[in-house]
Design a protein. Structure first.
Length: 542
């Protein structure tokens, strides 16, 4: 410790005092003796206000989770003037603070922030080509980055990865994506069936911290991705003690057989048709209320190797009831219009059959309620008749708001199993953050590797986002870091120009004084804001 410099001794002192989540870097000159000069107060100026809070906070988060250290250690250094580690951080911080294209970063955003001071990379050295080449340099380290960040997050927040949540989403392209085998048309969660897309499978812990992800072709079915993602995660982190939680869209007889093999444990949703097997249990009254509006019932299987958990949600029942009523009304109105049209003019039976099929297909949630008949009468006219099947309505009313879970974790209570399954919302929240706050889509890149690198940068920015979320949770600031980040992002860096008596102009790069609210947030997060940035040559002659 005696060999440490001033910065190192400060870091050790802060850790000994219990301050900070880890080693907080300090690129700033805070100490030293007072400097007294005579300044012409009438000519003091404040110039070049730039965004400081967001990039500074992002860089602190990158240091805490070890991302900066990994990039400095792993990205190869060659003959390039600017290190790939610095450019990689520029990409991730830009994605975190203001998601935009590499061109916009180079031409506008980088200059509007204090990243040049934070990263030590002059503005004129940041250009579109260098950012694109950095994407190419980052991509080969995807798996190593995932492993490194998993360990960093686990030790930083004392996490356990016993429960793994897996879900899939899609991100669409602007452009044709020609030559990119992953860019395909498929089921779009973004309601952009007109665009090609890729599918992204994400694995997160029970608190939403990411473990890893994979990118699949846009036309890949969810159910076919499970074996691949589980195999990769187990190959990387081992099998012991894992419980996989997946939605019903990934379950088939094949995937169930795969999960059972090698003693894997699971909690999964089941296809809706399986509810029919438990009609008698749905009618019984021995439900257990586990929270307001939610009831569950444990149903052991015949062999005792699995359990089924019937779940009933009041909010979900009201939602499904409204959906059924809306679709029923649409179908009924459409059938009435078609029947009236048949009475007004002659139609071919095939034409009416196709129209009925399209109507029922667009409103499939209530299609089973209607039984239609297309009849050719003695005058040669086509007649459409229909009626409602009350048996279908009775089952719909009974099953509204109900869903069925399946697990081979037989030691847990029905409440524990339901709680674990509901944590899938953490994976869904991860996708919402990446799509809204980090703007993972639309994807503008066309080359396959650039698309994969773009998704990697979004993943790294999401790691920083969730790190801030965990810090907010520990500090008692809630589970939503968005408002905290927005508030601290308002902190600016400015150049204060001080003309002196002897004709020398002194420029000090200072950080704006935090508001009371910002100061409280910094104190709760145990972050320490510098007062000014040390410039190379503060004194500029005029």
């Amino acid at each position: 410790m005696g060999k440490l410099d001033k910065l190192g001794r400060l870091g050790i002192k802060q850790r000994a005092e219990g301050r900070g989540w880890g080693y907080q870097q300090n690129l700033f000159d805070e100490g030293g003796q007072a400097e007294w000069i005579e300044v012409d107060a009438s000519r003091v100026e404040v110039k070049r206000s730039r965004d400081f809070g967001g990039p500074w906070l992002g860089l602190e988060l990158a240091e805490m989770v070890g991302l900066s250290r990994f990039l400095r250690k792993r990205l190869p250094e060659g003959r390039e003037e600017i290190s790939w580690a610095s450019m990689g951080l520029a990409l991730v911080l830009s994605r975190l603070c203001n998601p935009c294209s590499e061109l916009h970063i180079a031409e506008s955003f980088y200059k509007a922030t204090a990243m040049a001071d934070l990263l030590g990379v002059p503005e004129e050295k940041v250009n579109e080509d260098r950012l694109y080449r950095c994407l190419d340099a980052l991509l080969p380290y995807k798996e190593k980055l995932e492993e490194h960040l998993k360990e960093g997050l686990g030790s930083l927040f004392d996490l356990e990865y016993d429960l793994l949540l897996y879900d899939v989403t899609s991100a669409y392209f602007e452009g044709e994506g020609e030559g990119n085998a992953l860019a395909q048309r498929g089921y779009s969660r973004d309601h952009r069936a007109d665009c090609k897309q890729v599918c992204i499978g994400l694995v997160v812990s029970r608190c939403g911290l990411p473990l890893g992800y994979e990118v699949f072709a846009g036309n890949r079915s969810d159910v076919t991705t499970l074996e691949e993602i589980v195999g990769k995660m187990e190959g990387r982190y081992g099998k012991a003690g894992r419980i996989w939680v997946v939605d019903r869209g990934m379950i088939s007889e094949r995937t169930m057989g795969f999960l059972r093999s090698d003693g894997r444990r699971y909690i999964v949703g089941t296809p809706r048709w399986m509810l029919k097997r438990f009609e008698r249990e749905l009618l019984e009254e021995d439900w257990r209320r586990i929270r307001e509006g939610v009831e569950v019932k444990l149903c052991p299987s015949a062999g005792g190797e699995e359990v089924f958990i019937l779940c009933r949600s009041r909010d979900r029942r009201e939602k499904e009831k409204a959906i059924h009523e809306r679709f029923e009304r649409r179908i009924e109105e459409g059938l009435n219009r078609m029947a009236a049209g048949c009475r007004a003019r002659k139609y071919k039976a095939d034409t009416i059959a196709k129209r009925v099929g399209r109507l029922l297909g667009r409103n499939s949630r209530a299609a089973g309620l209607f039984e239609t008949r297309i009849i050719k009468d003695e005058t040669g006219r086509t007649r459409l008749e229909w009626e409602k099947k009350e048996g279908w309505r009775e089952w719909a009313e009974l099953s509204e708001g109900c869903y069925l879970l399946r697990s081979n974790v037989t030691q847990w209570s029905e409440e524990d199993l339901w709680t674990a399954y509901i944590q899938l919302t953490e994976a869904e929240a991860a996708f919402r953050i990446q799509k809204s706050d980090l703007c993972i889509r639309p994807i503008w890149h066309q080359k396959t590797d650039r698309v994969l690198a773009h998704i990697l940068v979004c993943f790294l920015a999401y790691v920083l986002w969730k790190t801030l979320g965990q810090m907010c949770r520990r500090a008692g600031l809630g589970d939503e870091p968005r408002r905290v980040f927005e508030e601290l992002s308002r902190i600016k860096a400015v150049d204060v120009v001080l003309p002196t008596r002897n004709g020398v102009t002194i420029t000090k790069r200072c950080i704006t004084r935090p508001t009371d609210h910002q100061m409280i947030l910094l104190q709760r997060l145990r972050l320490y804001l510098p007062s000014r940035i040390k410039l190379t040559g503060d004194v500029v002659k005029t």
